[in-house]
Design a protein around this ligand. Sequence first.
Ligand SMILES: [Zn+2]
Length: 252
Amino acid sequence: MATNRTKVPRPLARQLFVEAGHRCAIPTCRAAPLEIAHIVPWHRVQRHDFHNMVVLCPNCHTRFDRGDIDRQAMFRYKELLRLSDPNRVAPEDPSPRAGLIRAYRLFQSEITGWHKSISDLILAVGYSSHGFPTGNLQGCRRAASVARVATDKLGELGDEGVGEAADYVFDWYRNWADDVFDLKLSVFSGSGRDDYEDWENERFMAFVVLHEEVCVALDLDPTELDFFEAERDDQELPKVSLGTRGLWETDE
Ligand SMILES: [Zn+2]
């Protein structure tokens, strides 16, 4: 399996050892001697990339290879090394992977905020015969612009596939907000129930596609990154689950 594997260049090895203070990268272990491990395995990446490598003691290395420690956890340990470095200057070279994951989480949180503000607007209209309450409308517009920024950031840090998938989610919400502003609320009435479900399915699939694109960009399996489940705490609208990570679970 490791046939064409090239030797880790000495400067890179040194950088990895220094990063971990010449101790196993798992904070509760810190044992020695040390081995260099690829977080996404060598046979998949075929290259030595600092951000994808970490030093481990043989015991932790074996546990990692066996799956006792999963890949997402290992990236987190790697990130902790960087954060705990006392000589750390401003993160001039932040791990692009960590940046993408953060941008994905931020996107999810801003979209959730926007979702909530659109729901609030619908509820406020329902209780008022005087059109949209100004405060809700402004809140909704503000949430939309913040979500736009988060969408652009995610597209910037991801690849083209991530950018397109994020735009698609954003557009879904923009269409929903547009419909609300135009008072085309039929989809929320009992008679429009089928349409509503199709629409919800479209949203669900948009999130699924985005999740898969982000995972491709990170070279992770979809189950290795937490999937997004939008929270809906209002009682007026039907509750629609965005599904679970069980979607991608296979029994290979
Ligand atoms: Zn260890």
